[in-house]
Design a protein. Sequence first.
Length: 160
Amino acid sequence: MAQPASPDLDRQWLLEAVELSAHCVPSATAFSVGAVLVAADGSLLATGYSRESEPSDHAEELALGKAARAGAGHLVPGATMYSSLEPCAARASRPIPCADLIIANGVRRVVIAWREPPIFLPGGGAVKLRKANVTVVVMPELAARARAVNAHLLSALAPV
């Protein structure tokens, strides 16, 4: 099982995920999300951001895939996923949502800046993760930074 990181390390890695989200090509139909995958020993395994390679890429799936391709898949069980947005519980673009990929790969901890607003699909990734005994930590003090990248999507909503 992943060792709980310190709040300072959680903040550092989550800030990196939020910064990655700024690299996303803006979309009117999808959130801009950054993800950082960190091994239980605290070493960086992989990063990803939405639409990094293809229009339907999600940040968490890319980070998991990069870790596997780099030969670090054995380090993923027990790892922590840092994501600027709650991992999706449902997807329109691919059959497996990010929450399911996280569970299937044995990630034991997920740290997020904010919960997915129900703009495209209902949220609920955190609930799905918790039901699978994955620890979910929300750092709302970083939510404004993560939302800023998605301001064009949120303008029609009340404050989230």
